[in-house]
Design a protein. Structure first.
Length: 376
C-alpha cells in the first residue's frame, strides 16, 4: 500500500478511524498516538462491520529508535577551510560547491554534512516520511535524507514527473541534502531545472489533466574537478588540458546556477605530513553542537534559518556598520556582484556571526563571507 502514512495522517487530522494492511503498520506507527485497525484480508474488514469477528484496535505508541548517521567528520583529516565552510553551510542551510582535484576529500566532506545538521522536528520528520511513503522508498525515520544521483540522471529523475507524476531526487532530498558529484558532467539542461526550485523550494509538475506541487526544500552540495583531467590546480604539472578545454569544461555550469550557490571553496591536495598527523580532530557531535546553537539563535530571532531570509528581513537582521558597508561597496565593484550575490553574502555573513555568537555582523564576518564568493 503506497502512501499509507499520508493517508493515516489525513485520517488522524480528521479524527477518522483507519483500516490498513498489516504489512503497513510500521509506516503508520511513526504517527503519535493514533487508533487504527489492521487486517490481512478484506474479508476480515467485512466480518468486522458485520459483527461476525471483531478486529481489535491497534494503538500506535510513537516509539522510534533513531539510528546514528553512518559517517562522521572525525574521518576527515586536515582540510580546515573546507570543514569550516561545511559548518557554515550546516548552520545556515546554505548551498556549497567544493572544487579540487581527485582524491582530496570532496565526497568525503559532503557525505558528512547530514551528521552535523540540526535535528528534524516532529513535523519535519513526518514530512520526510510521508514523501518517502508516497514514493514507496525506504527511509530511516529521524535521519535527514542524503541523495546523490549519478551524473547521467535525467531531468525527470531529478525533479520528478512521468505520466503519473512521482517525486524526483530534489523532493526526496527535502529537508536534507542533494549532493551532485562531478557537477560539470551533468547535462547542462538537467542542471538548469534546479534554478527555480533552489529559489522557491518547491517544484511544480504540470500535465494536461492536473498540476502537482512537490516540496523541494533541499540543501545543494556540489563537487567538481577544476578541469577534464582533474589536475589543473595550483599549476599541477600532471594537467595536460589546454586553456580552451578547461574553459569549455567549466562553462558547462551556467552563471545563473553558480550565482545561486552561496559558498565556493577550494579543496587542495593533502600533504603526507597532514595524512600522517595523529592529532585528534573534531568529530561530528562537537561540530553539531555549535551548529545547533547557531541554528537556535536564528529560530529565536527570526523563526527561520538564515538561507530563507528575504531582502526585507536581511535589512532588519543583517544590517552592516559603516566599515562593513564600505567593504561591501569595494567588493561589489571588484567582484561585479549581482543583487542575488549581495543578498547571499549577507546571509552567509549573518550565519558566521551567529556561529561566533555575535549579535551584529562585524567586518571580520563579512570578510570571511566574501572569501567564499569566488567564481570558477
Amino acid at each position: 500500500m503506497t502512501s499509507a502514512l499520508t493517508i493515516a495522517m489525513a485520517c488522524q487530522q480528521a479524527e477518522h478511524q483507519l483500516f490498513i494492511p498489516q504489512n503497513n503498520i510500521k509506516q503508520v506507527e511513526q504517527l503519535s498516538v493514533f487508533k487504527l485497525y489492521t487486517a490481512n484480508h478484506l474479508k476480515q474488514v467485512c466480518e468486522h462491520f458485520l459483527g461476525i469477528q471483531s478486529i481489535a484496535p491497534h494503538t500506535t505508541q510513537n516509539t522510534h529508535n533513531i539510528q546514528p548517521y553512518k559517517y562522521d567528520l572525525i574521518d576527515v583529516k586536515g582540510q580546515l577551510r573546507p570543514r569550516r565552510a561545511l559548518e557554515i553551510a550546516a548552520a545556515g542551510g546554505h548551498s556549497l560547491l567544493f572544487k579540487g582535484p581527485p582524491g582530496t576529500g570532496k565526497t568525503l566532506l559532503a557525505s558528512r554534512l547530514p551528521s552535523i545538521l540540526p535535528p528534524l522536528s516532529t513535523q519535519e520528520n513526518l514530512e520526510v516520511a510521508s514523501i518517502y511513503s508516497i514514493a514507496n522508498n525506504q527511509h530511516h525515520f529521524g535521519l535527514r535524507p542524503f541523495r546523490a544521483p549519478h551524473h547521467t540522471a535525467s531531468a525527470i529523475a531529478l525533479v520528478g514527473g512521468g505520466s503519473h507524476p512521482k517525486p524526483g531526487e530534489i523532493t526526496l532530498a527535502h529537508l536534507g541534502v542533494l549532493f551532485l558529484d562531478e557537477l560539470p558532467e551533468f547535462d547542462r539542461k538537467v542542471l538548469e531545472v534546479l534554478r527555480q526550485p533552489l529559489e522557491s523550494k518547491e517544484i511544480v509538475i504540470s500535465r494536461a489533466s492536473r498540476q502537482i506541487t512537490f516540496p523541494a526544500n533541499f540543501q545543494l552540495i556540489a563537487a567538481m574537478n577544476p578541469c577534464p583531467c582533474g589536475y589543473a590546480f595550483n599549476q599541477d604539472s600532471r594537467c595536460q588540458c589546454s586553456p580552451d578545454s578547461i574553459k569549455r569544461y567549466q562553462n558547462r555550469i551556467s552563471g545563473p546556477l553558480l550565482d545561486r550557490i552561496d559558498l565556493h571553496i577550494d579543496v587542495p591536495p593533502l600533504q603526507v605530513n597532514e595524512l600522517q598527523d595523529t592529532t585528534p580532530v573534531e568529530d561530528s557531535m562537537t561540530v553539531r553542537s555549535r551548529v545547533i546553537a547557531a541554528y537556535d539563535t536564528q529560530i529565536n530571532r527570526q523563526q527561520k534559518a538564515n538561507f530563507a531570509l528575504s531582502p526585507q528581513e536581511l535589512a532588519q537582521h543583517a544590517a552592516l556598520d559603516s566599515t562593513a558597508q564600505k567593504m561591501m561597496e569595494v567588493a561589489q565593484q571588484r567582484m561585479n556582484l549581482s543583487a542575488r550575490s549581495y543578498h547571499r553574502i549577507l546571509r552567509v555573513a549573518r550565519t558566521i556571526a551567529d556561529l561566533s555568537q555575535s549579535s551584529n555582523i562585524q567586518s571580520v564576518h563579512l570578510s570571511e563571507a566574501l572569501s567564499y564568493r569566488q567564481t570558477i
